[in-house]
Ligand binder design. Structure first.
Ligand code: BES
Ligand code: ZN
Length: 437
């Protein structure tokens, strides 16, 4: 994160001391549970020495051996669950930035039981998810549909969505602006659906503990409506230490991902496209405070009879950090589905180069799905070494990416071909009964 936007080291120390004193004097006013890595726990324990660790697990994390190939090395990571007062979570985020020079990477849980259930799942987890049934065939055999829709994509629409979202003072999960931004997106998606078009619904999903809603547009599948493909990105934005009125444009993080989703929807509606499987486009609330919206939604999908065939996360698509175009993050994602994405680029978008990188912790909503056994992928604008340092500051504006839609367009195109190919059945089984593999 941009160091300039952070309070001084001395100020964060003082705040931490005050936090520690207050916490030691009173029972937790608003208890919350987070899971976090061992190094982030060490930061928290320096800040609040009496932090209660309620559980610990080891989990496999797959990291690329090199940026140039999908070959992976699996590391074992320690994850702790702790009880913390809700109000100190943002300070923890500041302290982790300050002391570890990276983002916080903690996941929020509504109860101790939920935090412990997550640890349990992580301890059993394979680095590769499997809880959701057999993998799809990943056949790439819809060139006609893809070629009909791809040319409809337009950079000007991508920029218009980014501008619309960045115009909100911030999109914080607790602020009136964050609530209004969710309503704006729901209206925008509704307006893309032609009058008389059947099988398309836009809904807003409420969460407990904060007023911002997630937004979902679904296109019901023609022959396999109970099988779905999820494309998502977070709609909230944050700036370090932000309050109700603080400026957090979040143009790259993550108006740019929502813009790509919106353009995919626009093109599918303009082309009157009907998938075989149900497509779900989701703008998640409250990602920036521990993946809260997506955790609720992924947990809910575990209880449904609908089978989620794959999940694509678009979070930061506008800022080109390296000469490589599309970076597939290998941790908290499915290697199988990542291979499918690389093949899609190869077949339909061969001018774009693909690299491999990793956050090293649960850094975006794909982890909410992965941690529950769903196959998720996270194509990103940059390697983790060269990500946009203006995120989470008031400088995360379109100016940081030269007001250009060029990089965003690549991710909108990839999302489109992913949705069309995974949203349809392999040629051999279209109209037939079961899809075996
Ligand atoms: N878009 C970022 C994640 C990110 C940043 C990915 C840089 C790759 C490079 C996301 O919005 C974010 O800020 N995530 C938090 C973690 C979350 C669980 C609070 C982070 O990274 O600290
Ligand atoms: Zn962020």
């Amino acid at each position: 994160m941009n160091k300039l936007s952070l309070p001084s080291r001395r100020l964060t120390r003082t705040l931490a001391l005050v936090a520690g004193t207050l916490i030691s004097q009173a029972a937790l006013a608003a208890p919350a549970w987070i899971t976090l890595s061992a190094d982030a726990l060490a930061v928290l324990q320096r800040m609040v020495p009496q932090t209660q660790v309620v559980g610990t697990a080891q989990t496999p994390v797959a990291v690329p051996l090199s940026a140039r190939s999908p070959a992976l090395q699996t590391r074992s990571e320690t994850v702790h669950a702790v009880e913390i007062d809700e109000q100190w979570i943002e300070m923890l985020s500041l302290m982790v930035h300050r002391e570890l020079a990276r983002c916080g990477g903690f996941v929020h849980h509504a109860s101790q039981a939920e935090a412990l259930a997550t640890l349990h799942r992580l301890s059993l987890a394979d680095a590769q998810p499997s809880a959701v049934g057999p993998a799809p065939s990943y056949a790439i055999d819809n060139p006609k549909e893809v070629q009909a829709l791809l040319p409809l994509m337009q950079g000007s629409h991508l920029l218009a969505t980014v501008d619309g979202l960045a115009a909100f003072q911030n999109r914080r999960h607790t602020s009136s602006h964050g609530v209004a931004a969710s309503d704006w997106l729901a209206d925008k998606w509704r307006a893309l659906v032609p009058v008389g078009r059947k099988g398309v619904r836009v809904t807003q999903i409420s969460h407990s503990g904060y007023p911002q809603k997630s937004v979902m547009l679904e296109i019901v599948g023609s022959t396999r409506a109970h099988e779905s493909v999820v494309l998502g990105g977070h709609l909230d934005s944050i700036a370090s230490g932000t309050v109700e009125g603080a400026r957090a444009p979040g143009a790259d993080d993550n108006a740019s991902g929502i813009a790509a989703l919106t353009e995919i929807i626009r093109v599918m509606m303009a082309g009157n496209y009907v998938p075989s499987r149900t497509l779900r486009f989701i703008g998640y609330a409250a990602e920036e405070v521990g993946l809260r919206g997506s955790s609720d939604i992924a947990a809910d999908f575990l209880t449904r009879s609908e089978q989620v065939m794959g999940v694509l996360q678009l979070d930061m698509t506008a800022f080109q950090g390296d000469s490589t175009d599309i970076w597939l993050y290998t941790d908290y994602t499915s290697a199988l589905q990542n291979t499918f994405l690389a093949q899609l680029v190869n077949k339909y978008l061969p001018i774009y180069s693909v690299g491999y990188s990793a956050c090293g912790y649960a850094c975006s909503d794909h982890a909410s799905w992965h941690n529950r056994g769903f196959r998720a992928s996270f194509p990103h604008e940059a390697s983790n070494a060269n990500y946009n340092r203006t995120i989470h500051t008031l400088n995360d504006t379109t100016a940081t990416f030269g007001n250009s839609s060029a990089h965003m367009l690549k991710f909108a195109q990839l999302g489109l071909v992913y949705a069309v190919e995974l949203g349809s059945l392999p040629r051999g089984v279209r109209g037939a009964v079961a899809l075996g593999n």
